[in-house]
Design a protein around this ligand. Sequence first.
Ligand SMILES: Cc1cc2nc3c(=O)[nH]c(=O)nc-3n(C[C@H](O)[C@H](O)[C@H](O)COP(=O)(O)OP(=O)(O)OC[C@H]3O[C@@H](n4cnc5c(N)ncnc54)[C@H](O)[C@@H]3O)c2cc1C
Length: 393
Amino acid sequence: MFAAIQAAKEGADVTILESGERLGKKILSTGNGKCNLTNLFMDESCYYSENKPFVADALKRFTLEDTLQAFRSFGLMLRDRNGYVYPLCEQATVVSDILRLMLKEYGVKVITGFKASGVEKKGGLFRVNGEGKQSFSFERVILCTGGRAVPKTGSDGSGYTIAKSLGHGLVPVVPALALLICGEAYFKGVSGVRTYAKLDLIIDGKQASTEIGELQLTDSGISGIPVFQFSRIAAYALRGRQEVKVRIDAMPDISADELYELVRVHRLLTGSCTAEEFFTGMLNKKLMLLFMKLADVKPSQELSELKEHQILRVCALCKCWEVTITGTNSFDAAQVCAGGVDTTMVSENMESKLLPGLYFAGELLDVDGKCGGYNLQWAWTSGAIAGRSAARR
Ligand SMILES: Cc1cc2nc3c(=O)[nH]c(=O)nc-3n(C[C@H](O)[C@H](O)[C@H](O)COP(=O)(O)OP(=O)(O)OC[C@H]3O[C@@H](n4cnc5c(N)ncnc54)[C@H](O)[C@@H]3O)c2cc1C
């Protein structure tokens, strides 16, 4: 939609072919229905790709400022929440509505219910074939079918097949911004817990990434923004059959020594009570009960009967709880895909180096961003560059 608007603004005659019944379905579920459309902290370090200079260059060609300016010029008022940019009314529907209004204003034709199954170049024109018998011919084509995250929104991975059939290589596609499934059987008991934590992703024994934020526990594993942020690294490691673990520090604001000292003094000052009562107030109750269980401490055990090593073990778990990662959410529930069309065969104008006149944009490309508005920013940036370049060619 953004690519079409930019191309039409340049004077091109533009048609959008969309498989769904309406455009912009995925936008509706973004940012929990509020659409976090970009981020004021915009830097290449917020993106992953096998070809990072490609991303850095694109972000300079159509910048954060260009994006804000474009949306303001469309009439969308924006709200900055600690750098995370949303529509002022915090409704994702308005972003989709505004884009549709702009398509109308610039005279873009929209054909819905057309699922492209292939693209071929014939006599200087690109023929886009549909799943039925229908086909359309164009001078230039922008392939921007998204990835395969949440296929019910329309992005079912068919764009990868089309790109491949045109000779473009793919960087393996894995779910990203996804929950991580853990091997431990006890997760049902702690499902629903939310706690501030520092998380270290450990791959084959080596620290691969660190994140801090609100950890969410589910009945199958760990979730929340810090988990989302490194889930794509975990997904590739699992794909390569590496050992993946996460070490969770549920008390990142104090050191292990300080924690133990606090607990030691607390013990001296506490009279007769049960272990459960003694540990109450330190952490989320469900989580503390789990740590007690893992440390072989019965909640009903008298404080006076607790052994030093049991207390040490509970404290150690608060500071370093290790879980084994066995998988990620499926594509059905992941927010984006990592991997995609190899950008070394795509020019800085988003044009195919193999087939001039064919362009790419969005999540289909091997570019994925961190959680926080970066993936939509990539869609706006790559879409604007592709739209303008295709129109000017
Ligand atoms: C639940 C959820 C929340 C998210 N929240 C945010 C957020 O707050 N901020 C953020 O930056 N990112 C967020 N994202 C990611 C962001 O939505 C995507 O990265 C972005 O929408 C990708 O844009 P795109 O245009 O490349 O692909 P899409 O938005 O997936 O659009 C592709 C379009 O192509 C159509 N299509 C696919 N195949 C064909 C075909 N063969 N023929 C015809 N049409 C086809 C699809 O129907 C779809 O309309 C979220 C994603 C999800 C799933």
